[in-house]
Design a protein around this ligand. Sequence first.
Ligand code: SAM
Length: 321
Amino acid sequence: MRDDRGIVTVAPSQIREAALTRFVFDDLTVDQMMGMADGLLRAGQYDLAQKLYGALQKVTEGRKADVVMRRGLASNPRRQTPIYLDLLDALKPYNGSAFVSEGLATWNKILPFFHDPRFSTLVTRHAHLLPIPNWHWNLQTIAWAARQAEHVPGDFMELGVFRGHTTLFAADYLGFADWPKTWWLYDTFEGIPEDQLDKGWEGPNKITYGGTYSFEEVRDRFEPFPNIRVVQGRVPEILAEQAPEQIAFLHMDLNNATAEIAALDALFDRISPGGVIVFDDYCWQASRIQHEAEKAWFAARGLQILPLPTGQGVFVKGAGG
Ligand SMILES: C[S@@+](CC[C@H](N)C(=O)[O-])C[C@H]1O[C@@H](n2cnc3c(N)ncnc32)[C@H](O)[C@@H]1O
């Protein structure tokens, strides 16, 4: 629509990429461009929003975190995307220290990953492999835990791989291909077995981890890492056939209590002193059954998992086991 001053107003849903390239923007401020990109995101024009945020990222060094997070929302759209955008808007006064992702908003905090260009680049590069936006805090936990376990005797494991996002990020970031260790990855590559589904968590799991992925796809993805082994099989049964004798790091991400508890029964004694377990879903509302089961499993041994606001839980094995 054109008003009497000749200004044309276009609803975001009407903007098409071809049309966008014919526009000439004169004296457009960063805020105006952000407003346009946000409008496109709210209207469900994710590709265009991503491109605009991408362009903004190059010219907004002072607002990098804000733009990167909005771009993250556009690359992994979800039902909750407008809520995340509202949160980012509300946190604007905390520019540079505000962070919003799935189930987590922080402000007035140092965001170390935004000061680590390699970390930021790799998060963006691998983001399409996980259907959740802005996983920086969670990946930071994994990178820390893996580094912590570098000189602990034993191999690395991940139970629950999906498309390989987390391990690929960490292996890339840490240069794992040169480490004298093997990283063992286990998945059915067919989703959670029907008899292991936790009540109340089936719905979110199907929405978030549905779709098609395969053993072959994930195996090929890890080809640049000769020391990463992708194993297809059901936990816990597969662990009796193929598993390392000694473990330094275990990322537990099976999204069901039955398999995770059975894995603890099978593997805990193989974890070396100083070895680290990261539970991906220790404190999400949806994973309450698993949370209670794992808390009780550790309490029975006089031990505790540290709950993190990311939803993860961390356990470091002491000298006494
Ligand atoms: C949350 S996803 C893993 C996400 C992955 N860790 C990442 O960061 O990208 C959970 C995965 O666990 C797998 N899984 C669930 N129960 C399993 C079991 N009993 N044995 C093997 N894999 C299982 C599912 O197939 C699914 O791919």
